[in-house]
Design a protein around this ligand. Structure first.
Ligand code: ADP
Ligand code: ASP
Ligand code: MG
Length: 840
């Protein structure tokens, strides 16, 4: 074997790095910054493999029109990228043209046969990487970097299995050593199409038809090539900052793991960490370091995977999940102590070409269960029933059962072997998240605990473990998340409209960081993953204010808010925040949102003023999951009331008493009465100005003030329910249950009594105020007379006032007053909270 003197490096670029001509130029830039002998492995341009597969499947269904149309669009895309890279590269243009001519032909053959063999599928999709390799080589030459293309089938030998071939490392090594050294020595960068290989050899040593290495296989091309050439380094340039502690689509705050042992990385990849082909680490030997680095930040170190080195720190390194699994259980009394059942079980599956991942056998040997890919479940069941036909008949084996829709979650880390209690912590936190574990297995290496859960539970399971082991704090790593936050609005009426106005006025950087991706109401929801335009939102809000429901809008889904949260949470979200602008009982929705990792900004008083058990459950749950709950707008709208209470408490002060006028409606009413206005006239005016709820009795009953009092009370340690709050209602008993119209007609009848009350306090030099009086022991709301010249007495219009008497502010209480009612200031409070969540 010839040895190669210079250190060789292999660089693989995934589809996302080859999205378009600009991206490809950025790839060339990265390569221009490297030196030594270099091999470049290319994926297909972004999304191309999927489109080629669609074409093949459409053809197999006889839908040639679709197949041809998609092929033409794809041709167009390649031609346009190639021309933009190098308009003079006629040989590439001819190559592209020929490749697509062949594709049209193949599609016709498939359509005629109405069958898509694995061999044909591989032949069709293999062109994606071959086209990309040529375009990348052109792009290098344009920048005066000499480059040539070596087709993978010239050296990468395999076992010839279509769709999922395994490389033949020994043969590949010999072939590569024959081809590469000369080319590399002349200074060429050798560009190799990834993902494809030569089929198995016939008896005469010839190679078979082209095969593919399984989806994501260009990672494997890179590591096999590195092995064959004894390369010092392989770098996989991806769209993530490195190998992350969890899939960033599930856990936006996942962090880069700076250093991984190949065995750890292998287990993660095997159990579904999509960042790496599951078999990519097999060829890697001790000479070679593998790096996963972000192509859009070429200076970042990413993740280094190298034998014999691993990181200290948490026993758990990272998590992965594999969905679309089925759990098969073979059970029966006759299995007890009978040797060979397991061997026969797995033998039967191996013969059918079904690969088994997690295996768990109860020590009683009464049953054995394992997972197989969901698509193979029916075949697995059939094979097992055939293999155990006799035992089934004799009832030695009772059943072969298949449970579909499960997922395997793997918790991986070398440190687990040395740390007692990891399994208990893992299982404890998933139990807390109320996830049922269906089966569990711990590898004897103790490097991996994997278990089966229902597939719907994967996000919350992964999140629970991620939080429990503080993986979002892994040192040295950077988070994967995009900047900013994905915001979901629950309710989008008047406050929503004001919020949009405020957002539109933000500096453009902040505005761009707030993507409103979802809007919900009782009837349905709308979702736009890239974020709605302010214009679209404004239309939605206008529709809501006209009394329309969301589900009647085009592109809306119907469904309850809880279902909407489930749906939205199943997408990849960045820093999701749910804003509750509604006025209903949203407890269940908020709990769901927290369970899916959302932070909450709440303007709605109902959930926090509901029974203490549910209000506490929400806050407790959020704290446990590290989620924030900000609700400044529930009391005093945009005034910093909650914030002040929290800061006083945090700084060690003790709040003895809060006296507050927290209702703009009541404030307006009594300042008008003080100026000699009649009650009926003042109330009618308040209704016209939009200061009251649609039914003003909501305000006059005192319940709104009581809710605010309760929310404040709970912050300072009041333990009690809304029913425990002493409420003085201003609605006479006989007017409580009549219609609004009827109530409105009776207002004048109340004038007399109110004039007398006003006169009585005026004679004492006082004015009437509707106040909440809050201590740790009690919350009371009702009408009081206060001296004209006092702080509360001087309050006017819809202004709110809060007077805090604390250990430090005892003689001279702390007072906050200002506009505390109305959509505009409420929206300001909400925006403030939102920015606090997003910036922290
Ligand atoms: P390539 O462009 O090289 O083919 P992939 O798309 O195959 O890259 O892999 C990167 C993707 O893997 C990321 O976009 C991310 O969504 C997903 N992913 C899943 N689990 C992880 C993880 N633990 N770390 C990083 N990325 C992950
Ligand atoms: N293009 C292939 C795929 O999409 C291989 C790869 O990207 O690694 O699976
Ligand atoms: Mg990939």
């Amino acid at each position: 074997m010839r040895t190669i003197a210079n250190p060789i490096s292999v660089h693989k670029f995934g589809g996302a790095a080859l999205a378009n001509a600009d991206a490809i130029r950025a790839v060339v830039n990265i390569l221009a910054g490297t030196s030594g002998e270099r091999v470049v492995v290319t994926s297909a341009l972004a999304g191309v493999t999927d489109i080629l597969l669609n074409i093949a499947r459409a053809a197999a269904k006889g839908d040639l029109a679709t197949a041809h149309a998609q092929a033409d669009a794809l041709l167009e895309r390649h031609v346009s990228v190639a021309k933009s890279i190098d308009s003079a590269a006629t040989s590439t243009l001819t190559y592209i043209d020929d490749s697509f001519k062949e594709l049209h032909k193949l599609a016709e053959n498939v359509a005629q046969a109405r069958d898509l063999s694995a061999q044909m599928s591989d032949l069709i999709i293999s062109r994606g990487e071959r086209l990309a390799a040529r375009i990348v080589a052109d792009a290098l030459r344009v920048e005066k970097i000499s480059a040539c293309v070596v087709d993978a089938t010239e050296f990468l030998h395999s076992d010839g299995r279509f769709g999922d071939a395994a490389p033949d490392i020994a043969r590949t090594e010999i072939a590569a050593q024959n081809i590469f050294p000369d080319k590399l020595r002349t200074g060429d960068i050798v560009v190799v199409p990834g993902f494809i290989a030569a089929g198995s050899s016939g008896a005469n040593g010839s190679t078979g038809p082209v095969v593919t290495l399984g989806r994501g296989g260009s990672d494997l091309t890179a590591t096999v090539t590195a092995r064959a050439l004894g390369a010092k380094e392989v770098t996989l340039w991806k769209d993530v900052p490195g190998f992350l502690t969890a899939d960033p689509r599930l856990i936006p705050e996942a962090r880069v793991v700076p250093l991984l042992d190949p065995r750890e990385a292998s287990e993660l990849a095997y159990y579904g960490a999509k960042v790496l082909h599951p078999r990519a680490l097999i060829p890697l030997d001790a000479r070679t370091t593998l790096r996963i680095r972000p192509f859009n930040q070429p200076d970042a170190a990413g993740t280094e995977i190298v034998q014999g080195r691993s990181m200290a720190g948490s026993p758990v390194r990272a998590l992965s999940a594999m969905t679309a699994q089925a759990l098969v259980t073979v059970a029966g009394n006759g299995m007890l102590g009978v040797p060979g059942i397991a061997a026969r079980t797995f033998g039967a599956l191996a013969n059918a070409g079904i690969s088994v991942s997690l295996i768990s056998q109860a020590s009683s040997e009464h049953s054995i269960c394992f997972t197989v890919p969901e698509v193979a479940a029916a075949l697995a069941e059939k094979e097992l029933r055939a293999a155990f036909a006799t035992e089934l008949e004799r009832n030695e084996i009772d059943s072969v059962e298949v449970l579909l829709g499960v997922a395997t979650v793997a918790v991986v880390g070398s440190g687990m072997a040395r740390t007692p209690g990891v399994a208990a912590r893992v299982l404890g936190c998933i139990a807390d998240a109320q996830v049922n574990v269906i089966a569990i297995a711990q590898g004897s290496s103790e490097r991996n605990i994997s278990f089966i859960v229902n597939k719907e539970c994967v996000p919350k399971t992964v999140r629970a473990i991620h939080t429990t082991f503080s993986l979002d704090k892994v040192g040295g790593g950077r988070t994967a998340r995009r900047r900013g936050a994905d915001v979901i609005l629950l309710g989008c009426g008047r406050i929503g409209q004001e919020l949009l106005k405020n957002i539109a006025e933000l500096p453009s950087n902040d505005r761009a960081a707030l993507r409103i991706i979802g809007v919900l109401d009782r009837s349905g929801f709308m979702l736009e993953k890239r974020g709605f335009s302010l214009r679209a939102l404004s239309d939605i809000s206008a529709h809501k204010q006209r009394g329309g429901s969301l589900k009647t809008l085009p592109h809306a889904h119907s469904g309850a808010p809880t279902a909407a949260i489930e749906h939205i949470a199943s997408h990849a979200l960045t820093r999701p925040v749910l804003i509750d602008l509604s006025s209903g009982d949203t407890r269940e929705t908020l709990l769901r949102a927290v369970a899916h990792g959302m932070d909450l900004v709440i303007a709605n008083k109902i959930p926090l003023a509901s029974d203490s058990a549910s209000a506490n459950a929400l806050l407790h749950d959020a704290r446990k999951r590290g989620r924030k709950v900000l609700h400044e707008a529930t009391v005093g709208a945009g005034l910093p009331i909650i914030d002040t209470v929290e800061k006083l408490i945090a700084s060690g002060d003790r709040i003895l008493n809060i006296v507050a006028c927290p209702s703009g409606t009541m404030g307006y009413l009594f300042s008008e009465l003080g100026r000699g206005r009649k009650f009926s006239a003042a109330l009618r005016n308040a209704m016209q100005l939009g200061y009251t709820e649609p039914d003003p009795r909501e305000d006059l009953s005192g319940r709104d003030v009581a809710r605010k009092g309760l929310i404040l009370g709970r912050l300072i340690g009041y333990v009690g329910e809304l029913n425990d709050v002493a409420i003085e209602s201003l609605v006479p008993t006989n007017l409580r249950d009549i219609s609004l119209a009827h109530f409105a007609e009776q207002l004048e009848m109340l004038d007399q009594e109110w004039s007398e009350r006003v006169r009585a306090v005026t004679s004492k030099g006082e004015v009437l105020r509707y106040c909440a009086n809050i201590t740790r022991a009690s919350v009371k709301v009702g009408l009081v007379g206060v001296p004209v010249g006092s702080l509360l007495g001087s309050l006017s219009g819809t202004d709110n006032q809060f007077v805090f008497t604390t250990t430090r502010y005892r003689d001279n209480p702390l007072v906050i007053s200002g506009p505390g009612a109305g959509p505009a200031v409420t929206a300001a409070g909400v925006l403030n909270d939102l920015l606090r969540v997003v910036i922290s």
